[in-house]
Structure formats: structure tokens, C-alpha cells
Design a protein around this ligand. Structure first.
Ligand code: SF4
Ligand code: MG
Length: 318
């Protein structure tokens, strides 16, 4: 999956006072087959929008989206349909992801009927066996239940089951556990990782939890106010964060910052307004290293070797 200089804008505000907000600004990245790309950043940094662009649920206003070698940026919904089963979204809120009046059996068999032309009874057989493999047993019982009769964790398992029934090659998991109790988060993540391994899927895992990414991701990308500011192999990004924003994210986690050898830094103030981002480097009002140049000129995304990139003037000359 490849993004090349992708831009996404939305109109916000009420009538007469409408404003264009750039939710994703000039982002390029690629996710190799069978790997996990972890995308981290605060809420409002554009992570979810970026994830939806990779699935072509949004059409970017500029830039290119390539899936399995095919440019899908401008494809119509009709031309996208055969690709839809190959790329699936696991959203944050499982209750918003299912039709509340359908039974779990109906909700999970429908995509099989639509995408694979299965008959109802054939689809239900596959649904039951998938429910077993995600731990919703007895499946016989779960197929007849409706979403509000399931706990959040059970329903997220059902939503994962629905996606996996289609045997997708690429998954976007958008904070798949952030609405769930801490006690069941690990089991949901393990479930996703087991499927990923079984089907050699590529995964874009979106979270604000950089420690989780250090455990599961092959590469990490860090977003701040609609831009990708750092990217690299996950072990290196965690043990030697280059961008001041990444360093601040890790400094805020006591155990991690004690163990690692970098200087802790803390940012001033709050994340800026995406509708009215700061000039120059977007972090400059908060960054302890900011210089005059940082306030005026936007830094490029600088390649620093070892497959790492960082959008910060400090690395201009290595
Ligand atoms: Fe800080 Fe300047 Fe680097 Fe931005 S470019 S992160 S303000 S040092
Ligand atoms: Mg989000």
C-alpha cells in the first residue's frame, strides 16, 4: 500500500462561516506486504483520516493511493467494489460498525453473500466457524443475538470476524481497543495479530499508544497536526527518537523514559488548531529547540539513513 504526497481537506463550520481544514497534509508512506505499520499521534492529528484514505473510503484532494500496484486514487465506487473485500477497516467503536437491528448472523453473512455470492445457508456455516475461531462460543447462540446483547469486547470480536471472513490482504485497525476495558485489550490485539500471521496480512495499526506499537509494529510513523513528522523501523524510533515531538511522546511515559538513554523533553502548551496550524514547523510554538527559522520555514522530510526520516530542521546537515 503506498501513499504519495496525499492531501485531504474537509469543510467545517456553519453556513456563511465555512472553512477548509487540511486534515492530512502531504503524506507519503508505504506499507509492505505482511508488515505492521503503526501510526501514532494525538487525537485530531489526522490518523483516522489517513487510514480511510488508504482504504479509499475517502478520496484525497491531491496525491496518489496505490494498492497492490494499482493506482486506486480516482477509481469509481463501482471499480473499487472488487477491491473492497481485499481491504478492511476495524473501527474504534464496534457498536457504530454494525446495524443494530440485524442479528450477528445476518450482519456477518451479508458481506459473504455480496462479495462471494454465497447462499444464505452456506454463508451462515462459514460465519459460525469464524465465530468459533474468534472465541464467540457457542456460535449457535451468538448468530441469533443482536449487537446490544453483546459486550463491547464480544462485539469487537464479531466485527473482526466479519472483516476476516472476507480474507482481506490489508487491514486498517483504527484504535481497535480504545473503547474497550483495559482487561480485554490484549486479547483483542492478539486476535488481530493471529489473523495477520495466518493470512500474511499487511496492517495499518492506528493508536495513540506508542508503547503498544513498540511491541507489535515493524515500522512506526508519527503524526502531528496532519503531517507525518518521523518514520522508521519501530525499534529504532523507540530507542532513539529523533523528532522532538516523538521524544516528548516517549518522555511522557515514565517507565520508558527511565530505561532509554535519551534526554527527556516536555512540550509547552496544547496541540494547535488543525484549522489554523502554526507557520513554519507546526511544532515550533511548543518545541524547546525552536529557532527563528522554525517559525518561518517548513522543514522538509529529511532522510537520515537506516530507513529513517524526520521532518525537523535540527537534522538539516545530518
Ligand atoms: Fe522543533 Fe524546529 Fe525541529 Fe520543529 S523544526 S521540531 S520547531 S527544532
Ligand atoms: Mg481517530
Amino acid at each position: 500500500l503506498e501513499l504519495d504526497k496525499v492531501v485531504m481537506e474537509f469543510e467545517i463550520g456553519s453556513f456563511g462561516r465555512r472553512k477548509r481544514v487540511r486534515a492530512v497534509d502531504n503524506v507519503s508512506l508505504s506499507i509492505d506486504k505482511g508488515l505492521i505499520y503503526g501510526l501514532v499521534g494525538e487525537s485530531g492529528s489526522g490518523k483516522s483520516t489517513l487510514g480511510r484514505i488508504t482504504l479509499r473510503l475517502y478520496k484525497p484532494v491531491a496525491g496518489k493511493v496505490v494498492f497492490d500496484g494499482q493506482d486506486i486514487t480516482g477509481l469509481s465506487e463501482r471499480r473499487l467494489r472488487p477491491l473492497r473485500r481485499r481491504m478492511q477497516l476495524i473501527p474504534q467503536d464496534p457498536y457504530g460498525a454494525v446495524n443494530p437491528v440485524q442479528t450477528i448472523g445476518e450482519a456477518l453473512s451479508e458481506p459473504l453473500i455480496v462479495h462471494y455470492g454465497l447462499k444464505q445457508h452456506e454463508a451462515i456455516e462459514q460465519v459460525k466457524s469464524m465465530l468459533e475461531s474468534v472465541g464467540l462460543t457457542p456460535a449457535e447462540d451468538f448468530v441469533n443475538r443482536r449487537p446490544f446483547n453483546l459486550s463491547g469486547g464480544q462485539l469487537q470480536r464479531a466485527v473482526i470476524a466479519r472483516a476476516m471472513l472476507l480474507k482481506p490482504e490489508y487491514i486498517v485497525a483504527d484504535e481497535p481497543t480504545s473503547n474497550l476495558d483495559a482487561s480485554i485489550r490484549a486479547s483483542i490485539i492478539k486476535l488481530l495479530l493471529d489473523f495477520k500471521k495466518k493470512y500474511n496480512q499487511s496492517l495499518l495499526f492506528i493508536t495513540h499508544d506508542i508503547v503498544l506499537l513498540s511491541l507489535i509494529a515493524d515500522r512506526i510513523g508519527v503524526m502531528y497536526l496532519a503531517q507525518l513528522v518521523e518514520e522508521g523501523p519501530s525499534g529504532e524510533v523507540i530507542s532513539n527518537p529523533l523528532h522532538p515531538y516523538t521524544r516528548a511522546l516517549l518522555s511522557a511515559i515514565p517507565l520508558v523514559s527511565q530505561e532509554l538513554g535519551f534526554e527527556k523533553i516536555f512540550l509547552k502548551g496544547e496541540i494547535g488548531d488543525p484549522a489554523n496550524p502554526p507557520t513554519g514547523c507546526r511544532l515550533h510554538p511548543r518545541c524547546p529547540y525552536a529557532s527563528e527559522k522554525c517559525a518561518k520555514e517548513e522543514p522538509p522530510f529529511i532522510q537520515v539513513g537506516g530507513g529513517r526520516k524526520v521532518k525537523c530542521w535540527l537534522y538539516e546537515r545530518g
